[in-house]
Design a protein around this ligand. Structure first.
Ligand code: HEC
Length: 145
Protein backbone atom coordinates (compact mmCIF):
# COMPACT_ATOMS: atom_id res chain seq x y z
CA UNK A 1 0.00 0.00 0.00
CA UNK A 2 2.76 2.47 1.00
CA UNK A 3 4.77 1.37 -2.00
CA UNK A 4 1.78 2.10 -4.19
CA UNK A 5 1.53 5.65 -2.82
CA UNK A 6 5.22 6.35 -3.45
CA UNK A 7 4.91 5.25 -7.06
CA UNK A 8 1.80 7.36 -7.47
CA UNK A 9 3.43 10.53 -6.09
CA UNK A 10 6.45 9.94 -8.32
CA UNK A 11 4.13 9.83 -11.31
CA UNK A 12 2.40 13.04 -10.20
CA UNK A 13 5.76 14.81 -9.75
CA UNK A 14 7.01 13.65 -13.15
CA UNK A 15 3.79 14.79 -14.79
CA UNK A 16 4.27 18.21 -13.15
CA UNK A 17 7.83 18.48 -14.48
CA UNK A 18 6.65 17.58 -17.96
CA UNK A 19 3.95 20.26 -17.87
CA UNK A 20 6.45 22.90 -16.68
CA UNK A 21 8.81 22.06 -19.54
CA UNK A 22 6.03 22.16 -22.10
CA UNK A 23 5.23 25.74 -21.03
CA UNK A 24 8.81 26.98 -21.53
CA UNK A 25 9.27 28.91 -24.78
CA UNK A 26 11.92 27.73 -27.22
CA UNK A 27 15.09 29.43 -25.88
CA UNK A 28 16.61 29.78 -29.35
CA UNK A 29 13.55 31.55 -30.82
CA UNK A 30 13.21 33.67 -27.66
CA UNK A 31 16.78 34.93 -27.65
CA UNK A 32 16.80 35.57 -31.41
CA UNK A 33 13.63 37.68 -31.09
CA UNK A 34 15.21 39.63 -28.23
CA UNK A 35 18.44 40.18 -30.21
CA UNK A 36 16.39 41.48 -33.14
CA UNK A 37 14.53 43.96 -30.91
CA UNK A 38 17.83 44.97 -29.39
CA UNK A 39 19.27 45.53 -32.86
CA UNK A 40 16.21 47.67 -33.64
CA UNK A 41 16.97 49.96 -30.68
CA UNK A 42 20.62 50.10 -31.67
CA UNK A 43 19.71 51.04 -35.26
CA UNK A 44 17.44 53.76 -33.92
CA UNK A 45 20.30 55.11 -31.78
CA UNK A 46 22.57 55.28 -34.82
CA UNK A 47 19.91 57.09 -36.86
CA UNK A 48 19.28 59.58 -34.06
CA UNK A 49 23.01 60.28 -33.68
CA UNK A 50 23.61 60.58 -37.44
CA UNK A 51 20.70 63.01 -37.88
CA UNK A 52 21.19 64.88 -34.59
CA UNK A 53 17.62 64.18 -33.48
CA UNK A 54 16.25 64.36 -29.93
CA UNK A 55 18.05 61.68 -27.89
CA UNK A 56 15.56 61.47 -25.02
CA UNK A 57 13.25 58.87 -26.64
CA UNK A 58 16.21 56.45 -26.60
CA UNK A 59 16.16 56.04 -22.85
CA UNK A 60 13.50 53.32 -22.58
CA UNK A 61 15.02 51.13 -25.26
CA UNK A 62 18.47 51.55 -23.74
CA UNK A 63 17.13 50.52 -20.31
CA UNK A 64 15.70 47.46 -22.06
CA UNK A 65 19.18 46.72 -23.41
CA UNK A 66 20.57 46.87 -19.86
CA UNK A 67 17.96 44.35 -18.68
CA UNK A 68 18.55 42.15 -21.70
CA UNK A 69 22.34 42.21 -21.17
CA UNK A 70 21.86 40.85 -17.64
CA UNK A 71 19.68 38.03 -19.01
CA UNK A 72 21.89 37.00 -21.95
CA UNK A 73 23.93 34.31 -20.13
CA UNK A 74 20.74 32.56 -18.94
CA UNK A 75 19.30 32.61 -22.47
CA UNK A 76 21.74 29.93 -23.57
CA UNK A 77 20.76 26.91 -21.46
CA UNK A 78 22.50 23.58 -21.98
CA UNK A 79 21.09 21.79 -25.02
CA UNK A 80 20.24 25.01 -26.87
CA UNK A 81 23.44 24.69 -28.89
CA UNK A 82 21.50 22.32 -31.17
CA UNK A 83 18.96 23.57 -33.68
CA UNK A 84 18.49 26.73 -35.72
CA UNK A 85 21.15 28.75 -33.90
CA UNK A 86 24.26 30.69 -34.80
CA UNK A 87 25.66 30.52 -31.28
CA UNK A 88 29.18 29.07 -31.35
CA UNK A 89 30.33 26.28 -28.97
CA UNK A 90 32.44 28.92 -27.12
CA UNK A 91 29.22 30.16 -25.46
CA UNK A 92 29.15 26.93 -23.46
CA UNK A 93 32.91 26.20 -23.26
CA UNK A 94 33.77 29.73 -22.01
CA UNK A 95 30.82 30.86 -19.88
CA UNK A 96 32.98 33.39 -17.96
CA UNK A 97 34.11 35.04 -21.20
CA UNK A 98 30.56 35.09 -22.49
CA UNK A 99 29.26 36.69 -19.29
CA UNK A 100 32.06 39.28 -19.42
CA UNK A 101 31.04 40.21 -22.98
CA UNK A 102 27.42 40.55 -21.84
CA UNK A 103 28.46 42.66 -18.83
CA UNK A 104 30.51 45.02 -21.00
CA UNK A 105 27.54 45.42 -23.28
CA UNK A 106 25.29 46.13 -20.27
CA UNK A 107 27.69 48.78 -18.95
CA UNK A 108 27.76 50.56 -22.32
CA UNK A 109 23.96 50.38 -22.57
CA UNK A 110 23.61 51.91 -19.09
CA UNK A 111 25.75 54.89 -20.20
CA UNK A 112 23.54 55.21 -23.26
CA UNK A 113 20.38 55.24 -21.12
CA UNK A 114 21.78 57.82 -18.70
CA UNK A 115 23.04 60.09 -21.49
CA UNK A 116 19.65 59.85 -23.23
CA UNK A 117 17.84 60.72 -20.01
CA UNK A 118 20.09 63.76 -19.55
CA UNK A 119 19.47 64.85 -23.16
CA UNK A 120 23.26 64.70 -23.65
CA UNK A 121 23.77 64.27 -27.41
CA UNK A 122 27.55 63.91 -27.23
CA UNK A 123 27.24 61.33 -24.46
CA UNK A 124 24.68 59.41 -26.52
CA UNK A 125 26.98 59.47 -29.56
CA UNK A 126 29.93 58.12 -27.54
CA UNK A 127 27.80 55.48 -25.80
CA UNK A 128 26.21 54.36 -29.08
CA UNK A 129 29.68 53.70 -30.44
CA UNK A 130 30.63 51.80 -27.26
CA UNK A 131 27.45 49.71 -27.48
CA UNK A 132 28.21 48.87 -31.12
CA UNK A 133 31.74 47.84 -30.19
CA UNK A 134 30.32 45.58 -27.43
CA UNK A 135 27.90 43.89 -29.87
CA UNK A 136 30.76 43.30 -32.30
CA UNK A 137 33.19 42.04 -29.65
CA UNK A 138 30.75 39.37 -28.53
CA UNK A 139 29.72 38.34 -32.03
CA UNK A 140 33.35 37.98 -33.10
CA UNK A 141 33.95 35.22 -30.55
CA UNK A 142 30.52 33.75 -29.79
CA UNK A 143 28.36 34.02 -32.94
CA UNK A 144 28.82 32.37 -36.32
CA UNK A 145 28.81 34.67 -39.35
C1 HEC B 1 27.28 38.58 -24.99
C2 HEC B 1 27.23 38.33 -26.41
C3 HEC B 1 26.40 39.17 -27.33
C4 HEC B 1 26.16 40.53 -27.29
C5 HEC B 1 26.71 41.55 -26.29
C6 HEC B 1 25.32 40.83 -28.42
N1 HEC B 1 25.04 39.69 -29.13
FE1 HEC B 1 23.90 39.58 -30.79
N2 HEC B 1 24.02 37.54 -30.72
C7 HEC B 1 24.83 36.83 -29.88
C8 HEC B 1 24.70 35.42 -30.17
C9 HEC B 1 25.44 34.29 -29.47
C10 HEC B 1 23.75 35.31 -31.20
C11 HEC B 1 23.23 34.03 -31.85
C12 HEC B 1 21.93 33.59 -31.18
C13 HEC B 1 21.35 32.33 -31.80
O1 HEC B 1 21.29 32.23 -33.05
O2 HEC B 1 20.96 31.44 -31.03
C14 HEC B 1 23.34 36.69 -31.52
C15 HEC B 1 22.41 37.01 -32.50
C16 HEC B 1 22.11 38.30 -32.91
C17 HEC B 1 21.22 38.64 -33.99
C18 HEC B 1 20.46 37.65 -34.88
C19 HEC B 1 19.16 37.23 -34.21
C20 HEC B 1 18.34 36.28 -35.10
O3 HEC B 1 17.19 36.62 -35.42
O4 HEC B 1 18.85 35.21 -35.47
C21 HEC B 1 21.20 40.01 -34.09
C22 HEC B 1 20.41 40.85 -35.08
C23 HEC B 1 22.09 40.51 -33.06
N3 HEC B 1 22.62 39.45 -32.35
C24 HEC B 1 22.34 41.84 -32.84
C25 HEC B 1 23.04 42.32 -31.75
C26 HEC B 1 23.24 43.72 -31.48
C27 HEC B 1 22.79 44.86 -32.38
C28 HEC B 1 23.93 43.80 -30.31
C29 HEC B 1 24.32 45.02 -29.54
C30 HEC B 1 23.33 46.08 -29.42
C31 HEC B 1 24.18 42.43 -29.88
N4 HEC B 1 23.65 41.58 -30.77
C32 HEC B 1 24.88 42.11 -28.72
C33 HEC B 1 25.65 37.33 -28.91
C34 HEC B 1 25.68 38.66 -28.50
Amino acid sequence: MIKHKVVLSAVVILAGVGAAQAQMPDPIALRQAAFDMNAGTFGLARTIVANKLDVKPLETGARGMVKWAALIPSMFPKGSDKGDTKALPEVWSDPAGFKKAADEFGAAALKLADAAKAGDADGVAAATKAVGDACGACHKVFRAK
